[in-house]
Design a binder for this molecule. Structure first.
Ligand code: PBG
Length: 347
């Protein structure tokens, strides 16, 4: 008896016919010619943190290389971004004061408004403004609490906490208009309130800002990958969590519903956030809608690569580039990333 009879070999499938050799296209020169995905500085948007409480730059320990800058340094900070070839920034503000409603989010002399005015007057950057209240409320939630409570409501609130959606929408409108008045090119609502895109579009159009675009955080998940950002922007909830308004990481189908609603309400760009653990969602959104898709490579995605690189376990430049390329391959047109400058410089 031969061994063939005991362990019959499967027939060679047609795809293994060695006239078909994919490796031919991997030779230098040819490889570049047939490359399917490109990554350019103009695909990237860099987050910038402006801190009204600071009078000098402060490093953000959990996000190596990133700083909160005082208002006086906002223009200089954006010039640094532009020098790498990245042409757009998204601004986050740390206000001078917090209160239960987050009123400093829409103040004419608010940190975002002042920074936006200076940056748009003095640079050519495309400026997006994050529109959320978690940095501005004393309780750290992304809107007003149902009973108007503040931080002192304490942990009793955690179990039955609700952010009042429709009351928050009023503040969303006011904030969007104040950001547009300051010169924002793009308003980016990230609070996951139902109807926020429609409310913004209506308010902007009503105030004569038809040309200001809305980049909606359409599918924003309740993710543990936001940890370092909450240190950076000082917006951690004082009690409870965000699971009543941000999406359940278990859901993909629901992302398509969120996106469809935002398209209906007039969103110009649809964002998925985080990026790397949700590339399936990026792909599905890209296939489902005929609008540009953005993906937010969040603080935790940045911090973990840095931490591994610090230990000598990963090559930071290589994994950063590969991450952003993969996000684009999945279908993103725009990548918001803390790696923007470092990657752009090497492209
Ligand atoms: C504000 C906001 C958050 C992020 C962007 N906008 C934090 C949050 O929802 O808790 C996270 C960004 C990051 O982790 O890089 N709502």
């Amino acid at each position: 008896m031969t061994t063939d009879a005991i362990f019959p070999l499967p027939p060679v499938p047609p795809s293994m016919n060695l006239t078909d050799r994919p490796r031919r296209l991997r030779r230098d020169g040819l490889r570049e010619l047939v490359s399917e995905t490109t990554l350019q500085p103009s695909d990237l948007m860099a987050p910038v943190f402006v801190d009204a409480t600071a009078d000098e730059r402060r490093a953000i320990p959990s996000m190596p290389g990133h700083e909160r800058v005082p208002l006086d340094e906002a223009v200089a900070r954006v010039e640094e971004v532009l020098a790498t070839g990245v042409e757009s920034v998204i601004l986050f503000g740390i206000p001078d004061a917090k209160d239960p409603r987050g009123t400093r989010a829409w103040a004419e002399d608010g940190v975002i408004q002042q920074a936006t005015r200076r940056i748009t007057a003095e640079t050519d950057a495309l400026v997006a403004t994050d529109l959320c209240f978690c940095e501005y409320t004393d309780h750290g939630h992304c809107g007003v609490l149902a009973d108007g409570a503040g931080a002192d409501a304490g942990s009793d609130h955690a179990d039955h906490l609700t952010v009042d959606n429709d009351a928050t929408l009023e503040n969303v409108r006011t904030t969007a208009v104040s950001q547009a008045e300051a010169g924002a090119d793009v308003v980016a609502p990230s609070g996951m309130m139902d109807g926020q895109v429609g409310a913004i579009r209506e308010a902007l159009d009503g105030a004569g800002f038809e040309d200001v675009a809305v980049m909606s955080y359409a599918a924003k998940y309740e993710s543990a990958f936001y940890g370092p950002f909450r240190d950076a922007a000082d917006g951690a909830p004082a009690f409870g969590d965000r699971r009543h308004y941000q999406m359940d990481p278990a859901n993909g189908e629901e992302a398509l519903r969120e996106v469809a609603l935002d398209v209906e309400q007039g969103a110009d760009v649809l964002m998925v956030k985080p990026a790397l653990p949700y590339l399936d969602v990026v792909r599905r959104v890209d296939e489902a809608v005929d609008r540009p898709v953005a993906a937010y490579n969040v603080s935790g995605e940045y911090a973990m690569l840095h931490a591994a690189a610090e230990k000598g376990w990963l090559d930071l430049d290589a994994v950063a580039h590969e991450s952003l390329l993969s996000i684009k391959r999945a279908g993103a047109d725009v990548v918001l990333t803390y790696f923007a400058e470092a990657v752009a410089e090497r492209l």
